[in-house]
Design a binder for this molecule. Structure first.
Ligand SMILES: [Zn+2]
Length: 245
């Protein structure tokens, strides 16, 4: 028997066709995290779901949840289709990358209000033409922070010495920042200024993307740091990375 009718806001991550006319939609919601929903006849009845099940759309879903894990979609209302993402290949690639990271890193059906807000804000910023490099750095940094994977930044991961105006290295496999004595040549050379910028960024609301200015060195070293951290926690390299510069 069908369960009760529920309603919530959701972000469409992607969909796959199922059978003759149906669709299975992957959603991210604040209170119930990653969910899969069954949209009966979605490919036949345009008036019921329209184009609302396209990736990156913000929608209200009305669904029934029975004993199975799949929601049964009854009706949807469109809040924002984020069409700006489809006007530029880099933005589209970054949007796909953001969605893929969440799918790779989150458990299904766990409440994720902060990560829901983070991903929605990241997509909004990109859809409005925000700087792609800044968006990616902020998104990756905040995602690993919210998931509890943030490395040691402002002190040596091994001897815990607090840095002051000195050369350091970064090696995510050994906990993060390292003084030169502890590093012994491992990891990547990183400026203390970059480390300070990233650490300060974590004090700002994770849903804010506009108004940041990072120098070239911070963007490049930030990329090195986040690539190392993500490589430690991802089960496989994201496929969408191939489409990014
Ligand atoms: Zn040390």
């Amino acid at each position: 028997m069908a369960g009760h009718l529920h309603r919530c806001q959701a972000l469409v991550l992607r969909h796959i066709d199922y059978g003759e006319a149906d669709r299975i939609v992957s959603l991210l919601t604040a209170e119930q995290g990653l969910q899969k929903a069954f949209a009966r006849a979605a490919r036949k009845s345009r008036k019921r779901f329209g184009a609302m099940l396209e990736p990156f759309s913000q929608i209200i879903v009305h669904y029934r949840s029975g004993r199975g894990s799949l929601w049964s979609l009854q009706e949807t209302e469109l809040l924002d289709s984020r069409t700006g993402l489809r006007q530029d290949l880099q933005r589209l690639g970054l949007a796909s990358y953001g969605v893929e990271l969440v799918e790779l890193l989150l458990e299904e059906a766990q409440p994720q209000p902060q990560i829901f807000q983070l991903l929605c804000s990241y997509l909004d910023f990109l859809a409005q033409g925000g700087d792609g490099e800044v968006a990616r750095l902020l998104y990756e940094l905040r995602l690993v922070y919210l998931l509890g994977y943030i490395p040691h930044f402002l002190h040596c991961s091994l001897c815990l010495k607090i840095f002051s105006d000195e050369a350091i290295r970064f090696d995510a496999a050994r906990g993060g920042s390292l003084c030169l004595d502890c590093a012994g040549g491992s990891g990547a050379q990183i400026g203390l200024g970059t480390i300070g910028s990233l650490a300060r960024t974590l004090n700002i609301s994770p849903s804010r993307f506009s108004g940041f200015r990072f120098g070239r060195q911070t963007l490049e070293e930030g990329r090195t740091i986040l690539s190392q951290v993500l490589a430690q926690v991802l089960p496989r390299p994201p496929k969408s990375l191939r489409f990014l510069p």
